[in-house]
Design a protein around this ligand. Structure first.
Ligand code: GLN
Length: 486
């Protein structure tokens, strides 16, 4: 097996047994990026020099015998987590040359574990989008079919993992941005419970919904990554001082006694591709054969999730993005001499059209006279969605559903049709509105050979249960070993 094709778990074992070095492994990943990223376009910045220096340091640590699971493992980072000394753009022209003076907490934790940061991955600008076409710099292509979207907004992260251009990656999920690209690219991705992972140093999109999480080639790799980044951080007032179990200790005792909820509303969702229903249906049968018991549950307010999310997220975004004014940092239109003109022109030239659309939407829904009709109403729906989940989890341990209504669609299909793009988030948004965790695990392929994902959602802080179900399913289905034909 080629070094870049290893999982984190495999590579970690080989590093510890001195069968390979981190420099060899990192070089193999850098070579792989050179070989295929021209076609895929996953990376915005590759830090070859820095990565090899970190690999050297990791090799020393491995020799000294105090290595952690991630010591020497090459990882990619979505370009909206601050990396000290390494450009962090959020895929936006407005931050094109922004070099953070500090590390996000997740980055400090990866560095403490001895991980190697290979580079920064493409995304929809400020994480607004579901296709990675809304990057200010480049389109990322799906490694399984280069004419298709990789999903988004963490499309660079999912594509890089799928194409073996890193062993694992971090993404962020505000309304599905880890799970949906994971599903489209045939990798595993988990959005942890809100508050489980520190957001310090994550550039904010919608602060009450944003959460960082891992993408990996298999369930165990996501558990290893979450072990490294989870836990309370006094620098993030929304991080939760809840004890963090060792996620890698995935229980291997079958699924008997596990009750799985199947939401009755999801079967009648409009626009769902029959191939997705079929693959998810088969996954449910597999999980039942492992001993899981399925019951019907009801999430009656799901139909309002898209409307509520697309009021709440843009409202928070319009406030969060007010800081990019051309004064303190980032791009400034230097030709303007009048202050107001400078603001206007900097923001018009610095932000892409999707980001401008969100700012305008959010400013409108927060403005006097409209706040009650939109923002307050959306917040009320959010409460009802949370209650739906509470009621459902009274009778089940986890909920199974599709991740996206269709497999990855052709590049360009929704660029001029934002509403269709927004509607495709129907299965993922609710978890963010409720703050609960959700994992996407590959469960099949369409007839065109495009991956399809199964979503498993659980109650707050139930990540271990999600890992257990996903892992047992993955081991039985055996899908993750298939590679894209690059
Ligand atoms: N697709 C959703 C949006 O455009 C979610 C994005 C995300 O999770 N960052 O807002």
């Amino acid at each position: 097996m080629k070094l870049h094709e290893l999982t984190i778990e495999q590579a970690s074992g080989l590093l510890k047994n001195k069968k390979i070095t981190s420099v060899e492994l990192t070089q193999a990943v850098l070579d792989r990026i050179n070989e295929v990223d021209d076609k895929v376009g996953a990376y915005l910045t590759v830090d070859s020099e820095g990565a090899l220096a970190q690999a050297n340091a990791a090799d020393k640590r491995l020799t000294e015998g105090h290595a952690a699971m991630l010591t020497g493992i090459p990882l990619g980072i979505k370009d909206l987590m601050c990396t000290r000394g390494l450009r962090t753009t959020c895929a936006s022209k407005i931050l094109e040359n922004f070099v953070p003076p500090y590390d996000a907490t997740v980055i400090s934790r990866l560095k403490e574990a001895g991980a190697v940061i290979v580079g920064k991955l493409n995304m929809d600008e400020f994480a607004m989008g579901s296709t990675t076409e809304h990057s200010g710099f480049q389109v990322t292509r799906n490694p399984w079919n280069l004419d298709r979207i990789p999903g988004g907004s963490s499309g660079g992260s999912a594509a890089a993992v799928a194409a073996d251009m890193c062993l694992g990656a971090l993404g962020s999920d505000t309304g599905g941005s880890i799970r949906q690209p994971a599903s489209h690219c045939g990798v595993v991705g988990i959005k942890p419970t809100y508050g489980r992972v520190s957001r310090f140093g994550l550039v904010a999109f919608a602060s009450s919904l944003d959460q960082i999480g891992p993408l990996g080639k298999c369930v165990a790799d996501c558990a290893i990554l979450l072990d490294a980044i989870a836990g309370y951080d006094r620098k993030d007032s929304t991080s939760v001082p809840e004890p963090v179990p060792t996620f890698l200790n995935i229980a291997d005792d079958g699924l008997s006694g596990v009750v799985l909820g199947i939401p009755k509303e999801y079967g009648t969702t409009k626009g769902i591709d029959p191939q997705v229903s079929e693959a998810v249906g088969q996954a449910i049968t597999t999980i039942e054969s492992l001993g899981g018991r399925c019951v019907e549950v009801s999430l009656p307010h799901t139909e309002h999730a898209v409307a509520a999310y697309y009021v709440i997220a843009p409202s928070e975004a319009s406030s969060n993005l007010a800081r990019y004014d051309g004064v303190k940092y980032g791009y400034r239109d230097k030709e303007q001499t009048d202050l107001l003109q400078m603001y206007r022109s900097t923001r018009s030239k610095g932000f892409g059209l999707e980001v401008q659309r969100r700012i305008i939407l959010g400013t409108y829904t927060l403005s006097a006279g409209y706040y009650d009709a939109y923002y307050r109403k959306a917040s009320q729906i959010r409460t009802l969605i949370k209650q739906d989940f509470q009621n459902a989890f009274a009778s089940c341990d986890a909920i199974l559903s599709p991740v996206a209504p269709t497999p990855a669609y052709p590049i360009g299909e929704t660029v001029d049709d934002p509403l269709t793009m927004y509607l495709s988030d129907i299965f993922t948004l609710s978890a963010n509105l409720a703050g609960i965790p959700g994992i996407s695990v590959p469960c099949g392929f369409s007839k065109e050979g495009l991956p399809i994902g199964l979503q498993i959602m659980g109650s707050h802080f139930s990540e271990s249960t999600l890992f257990k179900i996903a892992d047992q399913f993955e081991k039985t289905a055996g899908i993750f070993k298939k590679k894209p034909p690059l």
